[in-house]
Design a protein around this ligand. Structure first.
Ligand SMILES: C[S@@+](CC[C@H](N)C(=O)[O-])C[C@H]1O[C@@H](n2cnc3c(N)ncnc32)[C@H](O)[C@@H]1O
Length: 299
């Protein structure tokens, strides 16, 4: 199969999904053969995809650690994806074993796999996963499992990491964000990241644009990059913590491996992916500029 002839629309509901493509880029584990084929096809067009995914995942882990070290003990992780090494509950529990987590995704494979992992770890009492759509925040916030695991009297750690680029302006993402912000108790934290083509060098831009066009041609979750200014609007009403909105690898980088040891038994069947700070194929690491990230506090 050449670079330009990956069939679009042939797979219907069984076509590549954002959750499964991202999982493959991170872990090398294809859920469906079509994911492997499409991810490899994409990687030929834009070879930085895997590094970008790893930068993003490492940011998520550092942000969860930051929140847990601030005392946050309850997390709402929307668009949580398929479980992979260093999931939110594992990272949070490495700091605070009593941390509670509600995962949310609209991808059924992500929901089922997350449920299976939590069940295998005996963690379903203090963590759960909902099948829900970020664009219907009231359904999520009013869900009985959210009430069961998240006290409205205590700060919450909200994660919407690498998800907003799947929500086009026509779905009013800033209104969704305002609903989430109003619901969050004072002192809560939010961590978000977003694909962007700002600042990228011309070669990377050409590859990234081509990769995104190809992605959107085949994957049902259409991705729309936003500028840094547009992404920063999602933090309106919050106080950004230092260093503000920056590229994901620049958000409080650590020299230690980002993957925290799990505080619960690791029963994952797949080989553990290496999520240490990304070893970029290119020493200039152009992919570091592909995704903005930030963490903020609700006053
Ligand atoms: C790139 S993955 C990010 C996973 C995880 N947050 C991370 O950063 O490692 C994006 C996830 O968002 C989910 N997603 C996209 N749009 C969504 C929506 N409207 N509601 C719920 N989940 C959504 C996808 O199914 C996918 O699992």
């Amino acid at each position: 199969m050449g670079d330009r002839d990956f069939p679009a629309g042939e797979f219907g509901a069984n076509g590549p999904s954002a959750a499964r493509i991202y999982h493959y880029l991170l872990s090398g584990e294809p859920i469906l053969e079509v994911d492997r084929l499409h991810a490899e096809h994409l990687t030929r067009i834009a070879p930085h995809g895997g590094v970008l995914a790893q930068h993003n995942r490492n940011f998520l882990q550092r942000a969860v650690t930051y929140m847990a070290e601030r005392g946050v003990r309850q997390f709402l992780d929307i668009g949580s994806g398929l479980p992979t090494a260093g999931n939110t509950h594992e990272v949070a529990r490495a700091v605070a074993p009593d941390s509670r987590v509600v995962y949310v995704d609209y991808d059924l494979e992500a929901v089922h796999r997350s449920h299976d992992l939590l069940a295998a770890q005996g963690a379903l009492g203090s963590a759960t996963v909902l099948e829900a759509d970020l664009r219907d925040p009231k359904y999520i916030l009013d869900h009985p499992d959210v009430a069961r695991l998240i006290s409205h009297d205590l700060p919450v750690g909200l994660l919407v990491v690498a998800v907003w680029h799947f929500v086009p302006d026509s779905d009013r993402p800033l209104e969704v964000m305002a609903t989430l912000r109003e619901w969050l108790p004072p002192g809560s934290c939010v961590a978000m990241s977003h694909l962007s083509l700002d600042d990228v060098d011309p070669d990377f831009r050409a590859r990234a644009v081509a990769g995104m066009a190809e992605y959107n041609r085949v994957v049902t979750d259409q991705a729309t990059p936003r500028t840094r200014a547009a992404f920063t609007e999602f933090f309106d009403g919050f106080a950004l913590v230092e260093p503000g909105v920056v590229y994901a690898p620049d958000w409080r980088p650590t020299t230690a491996p980002d993957l925290r040891p799990a505080a619960v038994p690791d029963l994952r069947p797949a080989a553990a992916p290496d999520l240490r700070p990304a070893a970029a194929p290119d020493p200039a690491d152009v992919a570091r500029q592909g995704i903005f990230a930030g963490v903020a506090i609700k006053p």
